[in-house]
Write a protein that binds this ligand. Structure first.
Ligand SMILES: Cc1cc2nc3c(=O)[nH]c(=O)nc-3n(C[C@H](O)[C@H](O)[C@H](O)COP(=O)(O)OP(=O)(O)OC[C@H]3O[C@@H](n4cnc5c(N)ncnc54)[C@H](O)[C@@H]3O)c2cc1C
Length: 425
């Protein structure tokens, strides 16, 4: 430990800041470089809708939420688990509030009070924060400034009004990249690191939207009547060719001009990306009466009044106008009069998806630096002493507190890895 004197952290999001906290507590002189004028803008944005920082469900169930990425994130999360996050926010003056489905929030629900206390603590610990400073490349080969021996160099430019365009090189014993993914680029993480990493021979896979809406080509009539309308209490799944449906996710949706938004659709992002990769037509299945079995729905439908139109028949069976409109969209307006066929349709209404919503409106992204490009300490195999954490790595998780938890745990693990690396060098 005594060997590690200086560390540079690039990216002042949750992954970078928590790493800075751990490093400074280990006695390391840490500088955090951030290209925006202020740190952690996405963290602040996340707090606007209630900062869901982790989840209180049993750890094994929690880890299962990462699906095929569980084994990648598990050691870091076990080492700095959800209850550590709860203790950490409490220590920053924001005791945990546990909401529905175990979602954990800071008491104020927002990110700003927590961030303020966090930044004050980092400053008191001596962490220096250089904002308006953009990382532009790995430092080697830059002859404009002398590179000290024994350290690793990175290149930066100052950004903002009147800033000089000259590159400057910073040298530290070890570095952590925590540049985030590419969603909501205007708050900071714009994925511009991707090409530089690729050109340096670091294995990356394309960045794709996750936890985002699905684009649907609605008929003009549907949009005219239902754009902006909520669809209450549905369950959503995404079918794969030749494989059983993945889990149904329940909640509410909204019809938008572009398609469908809402938690249950966001949760299908991974499946929709897989469908697209396999060349399949994107498809969502909507269960419009998730509280009833198919037999119970059929039973209700059998109670049709004589002479009732299809619409009043379906209204009588408990379907809202927007749900009836969805059934019409799914069948090209050719609704069956058969109770059995209608019950199956209500329980499994297929909506064709043209694509996922664009990455700039997604809550998170998948893709980036591959899992195999880093070792178990989150160090780049091709660049000893250079670590990566957070959303710029290729893993995915649903909303519910799993994104921030993994970013924080990885930041802690990478910081621990940085001190270990120097100690065992
Ligand atoms: C609307 C919204 C709501 C969300 N709500 C939640 C939620 O409730 N719960 C949850 O778990 N997750 C939520 N998330 C996701 C969560 O905010 C992110 O997963 C998390 O912030 C990623 O952390 P990170 O540190 O890896 O990257 P980021 O937070 O993106 O931080 C990366 C930092 O690097 C900086 N940077 C980028 N490029 C450069 C460069 N070249 N030079 C210098 N600095 C650079 C960026 O400006 C940024 O400050 C939400 C996201 C959005 C968009």
């Amino acid at each position: 430990l005594a060997d590690l004197r200086t560390a540079g952290v690039i990216g002042a999001g949750p992954a970078g800041l928590i790493a800075a906290e751990v490093l400074s507590a280990a006695g390391v002189a840490v500088t955090v470089f951030e290209h925006r004028r202020s740190p952690a803008n996405k963290f602040v944005l996340a707090g606007r809708g209630g900062l869901n920082i982790t989840n209180s469900e049993p750890l094994d169930q929690f880890l299962d939420r990462y699906g095929p990425d569980r084994s990648f994130v598990e050691p870091a999360i076990r080492a700095w688990p959800p209850d550590r996050v709860q203790a950490w926010i409490a220590d920053l003056g924001e005791p945990a509030f546990v909401g529905s489905s175990g979602r954990v929030f800071p008491a104020s629900m927002r990110a700003v009070p927590l961030l303020r206390a966090w930044l004050a603590r980092l400053a008191a610990a001596g962490v220096s924060l250089e904002t308006s400073t953009r990382w532009v490349g790995f430092g080697e080969g830059d002859n404009r400034s002398p590179v000290a021996t024994g350290g690793i160099a990175q290149s930066f430019v100052s950004v903002g009004e009147g800033a000089s365009e000259a590159r400057r090189t910073e040298v530290r014993d070890v570095w952590l990249f925590a540049l985030g993914g590419a969603s909501w680029p205007r708050v900071g993480a714009d994925g511009s690191w991707f090409t530089t990493f690729e050109e340096a021979g670091i294995e990356v896979v394309p960045i794709e939207p996750s936890n985002c809406g699905a684009c649907v080509q609605w008929t003009p009539l549907m949009l005219e009547r239902f754009e902006g309308a909520p669809i209450k209490n549905v369950a959503v799944s995404a079918r794969h060719r030749g494989s059983p449906n993945r889990g149904w996710v329940r909640g509410d949706l909204i019809i938008t001009r572009e398609g469908l938004e809402g938690g249950p659709v966001y949760a299908q992002s991974r499946s929709l990306r897989q469908q697209a990769r396999a060349g399949d037509e994107g498809q969502l299945l909507l269960d419009l009466q998730p509280d009833l079995t198919v037999d119970a729905v059929q039973e209700r439908l059998r109670q049709r009044r004589s002479g009732a139109t299809v619409t009043s028949w379906l209204r009588g069976a408990g379907l809202s106008p927007v749900k009836i409109a969805l059934l019409r969209e799914a069948t090209d307006n050719k609704l069956s009069n058969d109770a059995g066929a209608m019950a199956s349709l209500i329980k499994s209404c297929e909506i064709s998806v043209t694509s996922l919503a664009p990455v700039d409106r997604a809550i998170s992204t998948a893709g980036g630096v591959t899992q195999s490009a880093v070792d178990e300490r989150f160090m780049l195999r091709r660049r000893p002493g250079v670590f990566v954490a957070g959303e710029m790595l290729d893993w995915d998780a649903p909303t519910g507190g799993y994104l921030l938890q993994a970013c924080l745990s990885m930041g802690v693990a990478a910081a621990t890895g940085m001190t270990d690396f120097v100690a065992t060098r």
